[in-house]
Design a protein around this ligand. Structure first.
Ligand code: SAM
Length: 232
């Protein structure tokens, strides 16, 4: 709903087209601009409730005989929407900050990892701008850690900081990510100084990293998406 209590354009469109939330239009715009999901993609959707991105991701896989899979994780229990989703979509209720990486990998087809990782996770907004941005950056860094693994992340973070390895990214050699080479990663963040640092960490890891503020973003929101394409 819009601020005045009247449904806005994207809310009405979501209702008309059978999407469970207006956020569907954010992923639809990303698909149109970047074609992140293709027939046969294996998609991990972090923070998937209520399920609009699950719907768009499944639609983007095309007909069932193209194969592919969509796995959603949310701290809330999510029922797979009946519209626009099929048996290729499954959801798991878990805290992404705590679930072991191997457990997430085990959810991918043949445990081979994912070709697309989407994070639309956001913290419960307190209204304290710096606190909300810091929590959002933590969720974003966790998505990046799941994607590329702490080993690679610590190297890239050290290059950015030009300092000793950060304790946050201490790694073991076997700590690999679950995003396949060539894969794509989307991270939602709330604007702050931290987001610049996250994009600096991502740039050398991917062929391309760009920012997008989708048209469906509410004007009062500070959210912005980092679109990372083609894991090296
Ligand atoms: C903006 S909503 C996602 C909307 C979703 N992309 C859609 O289109 O339906 C953000 C979600 O992130 C989830 N979330 C926040 N922190 C999380 C965490 N640590 N683990 C799992 N989910 C989390 C919230 O429960 C919430 O459902």
């Amino acid at each position: 709903m819009s601020g005045a209590g009247t449904p806005d354009f994207f809310y009405r469109e979501a209702q008309r087209l059978g999407y469970v939330a207006r956020s569907a239009f954010k992923l639809l715009q990303m698909q149109k601009q970047y074609t992140l999901i293709s027939p046969g993609s294996t998609v991990l959707d972090l923070g998937c409730a209520p399920g609009a991105w699950l719907q768009v991701a499944c639609q983007s896989l095309g007909p069932k005989n193209n194969g592919g899979a969509v796995v959603g994780i949310d701290i809330k229990k999510v029922k797979v929407p009946s519209m626009h989703c099929d048996a290729r979509v499954q959801t798991v209720c878990a805290d992404v900050m705590n679930i072991p990486k191997d457990q997430v990998r085990a959810l991918s087809p043949k445990e081979k990892g994912f070709s697309v990782i989407l994070s639309d996770m956001c913290p419960l907004v307190s209204g304290i701008t710096t606190r909300d941005a810091a929590l959002s950056a933590e969720l974003g860094m966790r998505a990046l850690d799941l994607a590329v693994g702490k080993a690679i992340l610590s190297q890239s973070a050290d290059c950015v900081k030009e300092s000793a390895p950060s304790d946050d990214y201490n790694s073991s050699p076997g700590d690999n990510g679950i995003l396949k080479p060539g894969g794509h990663l989307v991270i939602k963040l709330l604007e702050s100084e931290d987001v610049k640092e996250i994009s600096q960490i991502c740039k050398p890891l991917f062929k391309k990293a760009s920012w997008l503020r989708p048209k469906a973003t509410r004007s009062c929101s500070r959210e912005i998406y980092l679109i990372c394409q083609g894991l090296r």
